[in-house]
Design a protein around this ligand. Sequence first.
Ligand code: ZN
Ligand code: ZN
Length: 357
Amino acid sequence: MNESAALFCTGVLTKLALDAFVFIDLKNIRYCCGFTGTDGAYIFTPQRDLFLSDSRYREQSRQQVVAARKICYRNKFDSVVETLKELGLKRIGFEADTLSVAQLQELSQRSGGELEWVPVSAPMRSLRACKSVEELALLQRAADLNAAAFVEIEEMIRPGISEKAIAFELEFALRRLGGEDRAFDFIVASGPRGAMPHGVASDRLLELGDLVTIDFGTRVAGYHSDETVTLGLGEVARDLRNIFDVVLEAHDLALAKAVPGMLLADLDAIARQHIASAGFGEFFGHGLGHGVGLDIHEYPAVSGRSLEQLREGMVITIEPGIYLPGRGGVRIEDTVVITATGCRTLTHISKKYRTLA
Ligand code: ZN
Ligand code: ZN
């Protein structure tokens, strides 16, 4: 674990009077010690950290994991409990959002009353929200792949091609350019389907007059890209063209105003009020954005309910949208990093109105 993460975790332990923390969440484990496998546990105490996994990951953890001690187990929870007892630790924190009730019961039974298990909600989220220079470089590379892949497939976005074909070609281009995997099920929503904010690509064939919303991303060393482009095909009806302009203005306003210290709810309100004042408030139902990192959607949410402040190094999306039932929709999304004086976009496909075909 790096120094700032260790300092942060020590702070959490001190505040809650805990002796140790057990991580089960794989993204938190990766963040703490570099392990990319699919099963393991990580124990943090201010004096030492320990990584536990089964024999499948012996070699991988030898190469990847930075921890004072590595333990190979037959049964994860047996090993976790034994290790904690052996170290004389008593009050143990765990991730309230990850560990299931059944798993907690198992841990408690095996502890035989010697360990006290204390739920802690999202213990790492506030640390993970602000990205290091290394993390930013990976997020930037993932965003660069989005732009490169989009250039490759743009030609294909024409009347007669299916939404699924666009999603497939994008995924293929991202993988060929070095992306790890798709970040999520790509959204390609054309014509009336654009009214579904999460319209996963279907067999619908694109038609002249459609707006087409494409929301996609990939991963580099576990870090995600997330970006949405809306394009026109040929002559687009005036009402749809109008909502495009309103969404782009809301997007640009939020980008211009984002600054450290601002409440996330206030950032959301800037875009939301613009859309509402144009008469489309009821057609923008989701939050303005979300954190992006090892998870595609992570803390903080950029929504009216978020009383967290923007902090330098936070990476969030700005993605206002308007969705008109039966007509179509627009979403425009960039991933940005909060800087000392404002924000800088990581994603860089042009968001200006463009018509293809
Ligand atoms: Zn997206
Ligand atoms: Zn997003």
